[in-house]
Design a protein around this ligand. Sequence first.
Ligand SMILES: Cc1cc2nc3c(=O)[nH]c(=O)nc-3n(C[C@H](O)[C@H](O)[C@H](O)COP(=O)(O)OP(=O)(O)OC[C@H]3O[C@@H](n4cnc5c(N)ncnc54)[C@H](O)[C@@H]3O)c2cc1C
Length: 430
Amino acid sequence: MKTKYVDVLVVGSGVAGLYCALNLRQDLDVMVVSKDKLDCTNTYLAQGGISVARDINDVPLFAEDTLKAGKYENDLQAVKVLTRESIENVDSLVALGLDVDKDEDGKWDYTKEGAHCVNRIIHTQDNTGENVAKTLIKNALCRDNIQISEDTFLVDIIVKNNKCIGGILFKDNKQINIFAKSIVLACGGIGGLYKNSTSQRILNGDGLAIAIRHDVELKDINYIQIHPTAFYDEFDEGRRFLISESVRGEGGKLYNVNGESFIDELLPRDVVSQAIFKEMEKTNSPYVLLDVSFLDEDYLKNRFSTIYNKCLEKGTDITKEPIKVSPAQHYFMGGIKVDLDAKTSMENLYALGETACTGIHGANRLASNSLLEGLVFSKRASSKINNKIDSFNLTKIDVDKIYASQEEVENDNRKIVVKAIRDKGGVIDD
Ligand SMILES: Cc1cc2nc3c(=O)[nH]c(=O)nc-3n(C[C@H](O)[C@H](O)[C@H](O)COP(=O)(O)OP(=O)(O)OC[C@H]3O[C@@H](n4cnc5c(N)ncnc54)[C@H](O)[C@@H]3O)c2cc1C
């Protein structure tokens, strides 16, 4: 069994993990691991964009939209932090190289999504996440102090007296014990537990399972977001392809199979999803229709090139016919409870992105707020670690437990997380 020492162990290569790693001091020895390839993340799949306050005057409006969508069950302080710090973090991402779409005047082309009172979503066509991921990966690969290890699975954390002192990894079927001064869980969400989900299938809530095993506090784990419009394909068994909210933001119309409209398309996601489920039941159909074919063909092919090409591959030309859609699991609002610096209830342990619950989403996430959350709170975690880490020592203990296989751990993780969510009244369609 190998043993290694680093200053900071970051688990996850999505927006949260990589942005945190990039904001850590460059004199710190940082290790980033991902259980699959670096770009096999939900970050890579994000289509719509990143919400950001348009200017200082928009901050309270943005906060109010976030609170309203979250049914006022959000953590008010966390929402204030998110909205106030949105501009500086999006600016930093652009400085790292993200090429945001611009209007004719060369200004950011803000788009609109459900429940935002103004256009405040920046994007790069309809594959924003891919560009965010590529930007962060490119920067991380250039940093001498960041070592990256793909196909490396976090089995468990190492704990001594309720203090996290490292992580146990599997790589090439070999166990490696890593001791670190700070450990960051940025392991993404739980979509892989669902039959119908827009998420990467590998994301099974590993971080959550580890937290549950060690009695780390959780929050809101019954709050699961169902996206109203995933592509319906009766033969498709894998990940459900998302038809981004921005399609409705740019004018897309919803109809039931009888051609009747039934909902204001720009209401919050939970409201639209419920209306779709009702309509599917009423018409005895497994889908409803989302139509953009009345929009300009060239505009559609350019603005929604990913969606256009993917739908075409699946047999639907969105410039000529409506898209069959139905709701699917999309996002996990709950997670490991953290404070405003992303610190968990366990000493030295941080949680970020979809693994964490900062409380900004309340009962329902406002569209395009998750990439932003992954930026804002990761930056705060890095600042906290940068300031405190010199006072920490590496602690080493003997790790006696030998784990059988990744598959066995993942199966256990799934069972633990499914049970915890169901016990709190959350729904899983496995
Ligand atoms: C189809 C789709 C479209 C979306 N569109 C938008 C959008 O337009 N705007 C928006 O704001 N949000 C969007 N979201 C949500 C957003 O993409 C995610 O919430 C966000 O990217 C999560 O980032 P993350 O860094 O927390 O996790 P991810 O990007 O999912 O990364 C998770 C990482 O954790 C690693 N990992 C997990 N478990 C382990 C383990 N045991 N050991 C080692 N590594 C592990 C994985 O390998 C991966 O590297 C979308 C989501 C989906 C699915």
